[in-house]
Structures are given as C-alpha cells and as structure tokens.
Write a protein that binds this ligand. Structure first.
Ligand SMILES: Cc1ncc(COP(=O)(O)O)c(C=O)c1O
Length: 397
C-alpha cells in the first residue's frame, strides 16, 4: 500500500522537542534565561582533547574516513580506560567506537530488535531511549524504579523494600526481549546496588533477555567509591551490550564519540549495523577522545569535585536530597505548586523568573508532575544566580 505522504508509523511519535514543551516560550522571554534544562556542561574539555588541537600534521589524513571499528589509538585508550574503571579488560575485537551513545544505542537496538518486541524500561529514564526503542517499531515498557529505591535513590516516594527485579518481572510477556539498565541513572542520579543489579541479571538469565547497559554516567559519582560497572557482574556475562560516552565525563558532547562492547558474536553484528549507520565516528574527534581517555584522569577527578559541589548547592537551595551521581536533580512538583496550578504552569513561572527547567514527562509517562534540573550546564556563579531564582519561585510560601 502506498505510504506517501505519510512517514513510517514508528517515527510518528518522535519529536525534536522531547526536552521541553517550553522551548518556544523561552525564545520570547525578555532577558537572559538560565538553561538548566539541558544535560550538558559549562566546562571546557582537557586541552589536548579540544577540536582545535587535533592537527593534520600529527594525524595524516585527519579528515578521511576512520576504520568502522574505530581508530586503533582510541580503541587502545578505551580498553585501558575500561580496565581502569571496571577492573575488566575488554578484548579489542569486541569494542566498537560509536558516534556518541545516542547513535550507539540506536545501532544496538537496530541490531537486536524487531517490530513488536518489548523492552523493559526502568523509569524515570533518559528521554531519548524511549524514542530509540520506538523508532525500531519495538515497545518501551515503562516500569517505575529509580524514584522508589530507598537509601540509594531519592527520599520522596522511596520504598525501602522495593525490589527492581521483582517490579520488572511483573511486566515480562512472551514479547519481552531486552531490559535497559542505566546506572547511574539519568535523571535521578540514583545508582543500583550490586545486589539489585545481580537480581536484574538473574531475571535476564531466567527469561533469556538481552541487557542493554547504559554507563554514560559511570564517572560522575560523588561518593568515595565508584559504583559497580554493571557488565562485570557474573549474571550480566554473555548477554550484556554496554554503551559508554565521552560526552558527560569528558565535556565532549559535541565531539560525538562513545563506545560499545559486549559478547563477541553480537559485536560483529553490531559492527555490521554501524557500517550502514554512520560508517564511522568523526575521525578528528576520535583522536581527541583518545587523548581525553589516556590523559584525562586528573581532569576528571577535578570535574567530579566541581560537580559534587554543584549537586550539593542545587539540592540545598531547593531543600532536596543531594543525588549520589549524575548531573541532575529530579523532584516532584506537587509540594511547590499553587492551588490548581499544573506542573507546566509552575515551569512557566520559573521561566518568567529566568530559568528553564524540563518537565518530567520526558522521562516517563508517570512523571509528568516531576521536574528535572541540570546543575552542571552553567558556570558556578550562574548556577548560584539561577538557583536563587528557582528557589524564589518554588519556595515562595
Ligand atoms: C543515560 C544517557 N544515555 C545516553 C546518552 C547519550 O549520550 P551521547 O551524548 O554520547 O549521545 C545520554 C545523554 O544525555 C544519557 O543521559
């Protein structure tokens, strides 16, 4: 049947406005607007990793295609980095450089899913993952998890005896093929414990599911010890494809460099799929990424401290618990709404005060009355000024 002029039904729900219905209003707002709705950073990357420091003299053919798998220099830096962070060295052949984790997860979903498949999606979640699953014709099955975790999660609404695996198991059907596991989590910053991860791994084993691990925030934790890298757990072995990114921890979001690793056979399929996606990640920025990973440990420790203090400042300003990781506060709007006021109306008042925040609906259908605030996207003095404005609106009475 002809389709013209309609597009694929799988992409009809996708929108480039997922992050905020308020974007248009922000453009007509007089005066500066602090953009606390974007998950990015005010920091400049390590000097050696800046775009302007990648030179043809150092890398002949700098602007040519890179090998599909990735530049050998970057692949070595990734293997070293994964080993330093997780204690496990991936085989070079099982690594795949991706043009960022968004594209990486799109490739992974293209390689694993067919229309009608169901993917368990612990919520609240990173807004783009739902669309990535839908674009494949698969169904994201939202399961509230990260706001119910007790001590590791947020205090509001948390349930101390909550078991993520049990909650996920209740949604398994004959169509379930995968579970997406993002820890530390965007937007809550909550981290799953080794025990919780182990139970999710057992669940995946019991029902023969793929695990799509998203470790994009693996380096942005604020406690003394790094959260466990999920793919290293025995229950995750053989069935986990892990996505990483240089966007968050290394301030390289515009570079579009990330990487994926997993079991050998499926990584061959993923490499084939990546060939037909973008072929390779941007070559100049692969050299930049190699420098960030190889030389960036001191830069990263300093960044972690800066973000930890921004997290505390933001949480204190709004009288919320400090998140253990990530770049966001995520909180219910209810305590702050005037009688009869909607969350969007509350966010419009924040915008009138000069601060743009994200409605929680982007992170799951149960979270339309929640709010996401990024505490790393503006410099410290601007963050203080923006928080004063937000606090003025939210804590007015
Ligand atoms: C949880 C999560 N996964 C993946 C991504 C995508 O990262 P990238 O910039 O590498 O595409 C993001 C970006 O915000 C994210 O928050």
């Amino acid at each position: 049947m002809p389709r013209f002029p309609r597009s694929s039904p799988f992409v009809q729900q996708l929108s480039d406005r997922v992050f905020s219905q308020l974007a248009e209003r922000a453009n007509s707002q007089p005066g500066p607007v602090y953009p606390l709705h974007v998950g990015d950073t005010y920091l400049e990357p390590l000097d050696a990793a800046k775009a302007e420091n990648q030179a043809s003299a150092d890398h002949p053919g700098l602007h040519k295609y890179a090998p599909v798998q990735g530049e050998p220099e970057l692949l070595r830096a990734i293997a070293d980095k994964v080993e330093r962070r997780s204690g496990v060295r991936p085989k070079l052949d099982d690594l795949q450089v991706m043009p960022g984790a968004t594209a990486g997860l799109m490739v992974v979903c293209s390689a694993l899913l067919v229309p009608g498949d169901e993917v368990l999606l612990p919520a609240p979640f990173w807004p783009l993952i739902r669309g990535i699953i839908r674009a494949r014709g698969a169904l994201p099955i939202e399961v509230p998890v990260f706001d119910r975790l007790g001590a590791q999660g947020l205090e509001q609404g948390s349930e101390p005896s909550f078991d993520p695996a049990e909650a996920l198991e209740a949604h398994i059907t004959d169509h379930t093929v995968a579970v997406y596991v993002n820890t530390p989590n965007n937007p809550t910053g909550a981290c799953l414990t080794s025990e919780q991860l182990e139970s999710i791994g057992e669940l995946a084993r019991k029902y023969d599911l793929w695990i799509l691990a998203d470790e994009v925030y693996e380096d942005l934790y604020f406690g003394p010890t790094a959260p466990r890298s999920s793919f290293t757990l025995p229950a995750f072995a053989d069935r986990t494809i892990t996505s990483h990114s240089l966007s968050k921890a290394y301030a390289l979001a515009g570079a579009r460099v990330g990487y994926t690793h997993g079991p050998h056979e499926v990584m061959q399929v993923i490499r084939g799929t990546q060939t037909f996606s973008t072929y390779c990640a941007p070559r100049p920025m692969q050299f930049a990424g190699a420098r960030a990973l190889a030389d960036g440990d001191a830069w990263l420790s300093r960044t972690r401290k800066l973000y930890a203090s921004a997290a505390k400042e933001a949480a204190d300003a709004l009288r919320l618990p400090t998140p253990p990781a990530g770049t966001f506060l995520f909180f219910p709007s209810k305590p702050y709404r005037r009688a009869g006021e909607s969350t969007i109306e509350l966010l419009e008042r924040c915008l009138e005060a000069g601060v743009m925040l994200t409605p929680g609906s982007a992170s799951g259908s149960e979270y339309s009355d929640w709010i996401r605030l990024c505490f790393t996207c503006v410099a410290p003095a601007d963050l203080t000024a923006a928080l004063e404005r937000v606090a003025g609106v939210l804590l007015e009475s």
